[in-house]
Design a protein around this ligand. Structure first.
Ligand code: MBD
Ligand code: FE
Length: 282
């Protein structure tokens, strides 16, 4: 039997996301003890308050204890944190931005994707499924000055909702690439429309979702990181109008400014969309 992407399991993507995260530089190590104490105390006290207010039982305490153990065993801490917590960290971190709105990174970014140039197709399979999409734009600073050589990194799920390197059977860099804007700060990305994305339902996060009667869906989205020397890195996602989950994203990461306006391509083969990025100073 050959392995197909349809064999993707929560444990595969979870373990991959955990290993990838642990490779990143450890941050926060220089947080002073007073701040660690204050933040940890407030989180713990918030949990105490919930226990008292709702009369949490021993059975419920044990259920949570085993669920927390399983989140780690499934490698789903990156998924859990990025789905339910990251959006508020992003809100606080970027509240001062005057340029483009950003949103969460999520668990599936991989640095150093192949460089395409200013224009061209993302790495993809010859028969890559999905509506063809040509996405062009310009990168500028707050004054409107173009940023030649700006870096536009893009990654997104395929038409089945799978990310390369986090699901088996996909080419290593499928639908991941790095663009370098031209002398006018312009780029043009040829890809396919991603599908709406369901977070894994067979792991611990899925268990929480079904136990709570929630749904597991994120709207279809493109992930981006846009950067230039002297500018704040912009991490964003772009969405498609009319997606059923734009209004109830499980990860709470949709903002109206991040919804694209695709148009039918002149040659009838798919869609084109223009979206510009404005970067704040560092
Ligand atoms: C994703 O693709 C994603 O973008 C987020 C935030 C969480 C889980 C999967
Ligand atoms: Fe995603």
């Amino acid at each position: 039997m050959t392995t197909t992407e349809f064999d993707a399991k929560a444990a595969d993507s979870g373990a991959g996301a955990t290993a990838a995260f642990l490779k990143k530089q450890g941050a926060g190590a220089d947080t002073p003890p007073e701040r660690v104490s204050q933040l940890a105390t407030e989180v713990i006290t918030a949990v105490h308050d919930v226990v008292r207010r709702h009369g949490v039982t021993y059975a419920e305490y044990d259920a949570v204890k085993s669920w927390l153990i399983n989140v780690g065993q499934d490698g789903e801490w990156p998924l859990f944190l990025d789905v339910w917590i990251e959006h508020v960290v992003e809100e606080v971190a970027n509240a001062h931005h005057q340029g483009n709105k950003g949103t969460i990174e999520g668990p599936y970014y991989v640095p150093d994707a192949p460089v395409v140039g200013a224009r061209g197709p993302l790495p993809m399979r010859d028969d890559e499924a999905g509506t063809p999409l040509v996405f062009s734009g310009q990168v500028r600073d707050l004054d409107g000055t173009a940023l030649p050589g700006a870096k536009v990194e893009i990654w997104h799920a395929d038409a089945n909702g799978f990310y390369s390197q986090y699901a088996p059977g996909l080419p290593e860099w499928n639908l991941r690439g790095t663009y370098l804007a031209d002398e006018e700060g312009r780029f043009e990305i040829t890809t396919v429309r991603p599908a709406p994305y369901q977070i894994p339902t067979d792991g611990s996060c899925g268990k929480l979702i079904s136990a709570a009667g929630w749904h597991a869906w994120r709207p279809a989205h493109l992930h981006l990181k846009v950067s230039a020397p002297g500018k704040d890195l912009l991490t964003a996602q772009l969405y498609f109008p009319g997606d059923a989950h734009n209004d109830d994203d499980i990860a709470s990461a949709v903002k109206p400014e991040l919804v694209l306006d695709p148009q039918p391509a002149a040659d009838g083969t798919g869609e084109t969309v223009v979206y510009d990025f404005v970067l704040d100073p560092e």
